[in-house]
Design a protein around this ligand. Structure first.
Ligand SMILES: [Zn+2]
Length: 355
């Protein structure tokens, strides 16, 4: 519980709470940093070090709702679904055209010009899909794991505790052959941390709650993954390609549990299935954003094709031989992915001589 109470200080600082402590920290440590970019100082009190140790978990629970982007740091604050824009080792210096303290508004004002910065270019679709909320007074930090969007000790404790346990979907989401971008969005989905319409309605920034993809039913996680007629058709088609002739379950956590229990192992077939799952979540979320922010919708078969292309592209060249079984040959044939085969390991048999 102690770590959870220390995390409260990260929340107070990041949300600019009015307190003497926040004032002191801001003037002492944050004149040349944000709370999210501050490295652990070599000389500081043990308490301050312990507070900063909670920063990675606190970051996973924090998100900025943009009003105009004036008070949010472009590189360091969590305003994008896919995490911070600054990557480890990325040089943030004026000499390479990057301003360490640039606010988000500096990039929003340049939209829709194409980005010339490669670091930004790789996140450009996400940047373009980011929303500003005019109903807010200013950029607002929210705590994503409580219904009130405010910090609570209990939610902080849960976040710390869950980060220390290996969750059942860990190998599914973080498999080495998965695309990092797909894994990240799938991970946000497992934590139900994507901003759906029902959530935005709870925040009071919209009155609409209906699913963007089918316009029927409230947009909840159970609906998006995969109760919605649109996403259900996508996942059912891909399940079939993965050799499962069944319909998705009605609850997101139930389906996640089922996939985690069935998409296991490290053979080529297993890796393709895991990749396909994360690509599906990513592509559905991209389609959701396309409908929401660009008003462009695709037929569900187009999303299935995107996932198939992603997966084929990933495994077009690989050096893993596949155990030669009729089921793995049929699987790879369906996906049009070529592979070399190894003979399946034989099992010893003995003939019984009848007397
Ligand atoms: Zn729907």
């Amino acid at each position: 519980m102690n770590q959870a109470s220390l995390m409260r200080h990260i929340w107070k600082t990041s949300s600019n709470a009015e307190s003497c402590w926040v004032g002191f920290v801001s003037s002492r440590w944050l004149r040349h940093h944000s709370i999210w970019s501050l490295p652990r100082p070599s000389t500081c009190s043990a308490t301050w070090k312990a507070i900063l140790d909670t920063q990675p978990v606190a970051l996973r629970c924090s998100w900025v709702l943009l009003h105009d982007g004036h008070k949010t740091l472009l590189w360091h604050d969590p305003w994008l679904d896919g995490g911070l824009l600054s990557q480890l080792g990325l040089l943030l210096a004026p000499a390479v055209g990057r301003d360490f303290f640039a606010p988000v508004c500096s990039i929003l004002q340049r939209l829709p010009c194409p980005a010339t910065d490669p670091a930004m270019f790789s996140r450009w679709p996400e940047i373009c899909a980011s929303r500003t909320f005019t109903r807010l007074q200013e950029d607002t930090m929210v705590w994503t794991t409580t219904p009130s969007d405010r910090f609570s000790i209990q939610s902080a404790w849960n976040a710390i505790h869950s980060s220390q346990l290996e969750v059942p979907w860990h190998q599914l989401i973080w498999a080495a052959s998965n695309h990092p971008r797909f894994s990240f969005i799938a991970w946000l989905a497992t934590r139900e941390a994507l901003t759906l319409r029902t959530r935005a309605a709870n925040w009071g920034i919209t009155t609409e709650r209906a699913s963007y993809l089918c316009n029927q039913g409230d947009e909840t996680f159970d609906h998006l993954f995969f109760r919605c007629s649109y996403t259900r058709a996508i996942w059912q088609a891909l399940l079939k390609l993965c050799s499962y002739n069944c319909a998705p379950l009605d609850s997101w956590q139930g389906e996640l549990g089922w996939v985690s229990a069935h998409f296991i192992g490290i053979t080529l077939v297993d890796r393709i299935k895991k990749f396909c799952f994360c690509a599906t979540i990513y592509r559905i979320w991209a389609e959701h954003n396309s409908c929401a922010f660009q008003n462009v919708a695709h037929h569900f078969t187009a999303v299935v094709s995107f996932v198939v292309e992603d997966t084929r592209g990933k495994f077009f060249i690989h050096d893993q031989a596949t155990p030669d079984t009729p089921s793995s040959r049929a699987f790879l044939e369906r996906w049009c992915i070529s592979s070399s085969f190894t003979l399946a390991t034989g099992t010893p048999h003995a003939w019984l001589v009848s007397h």
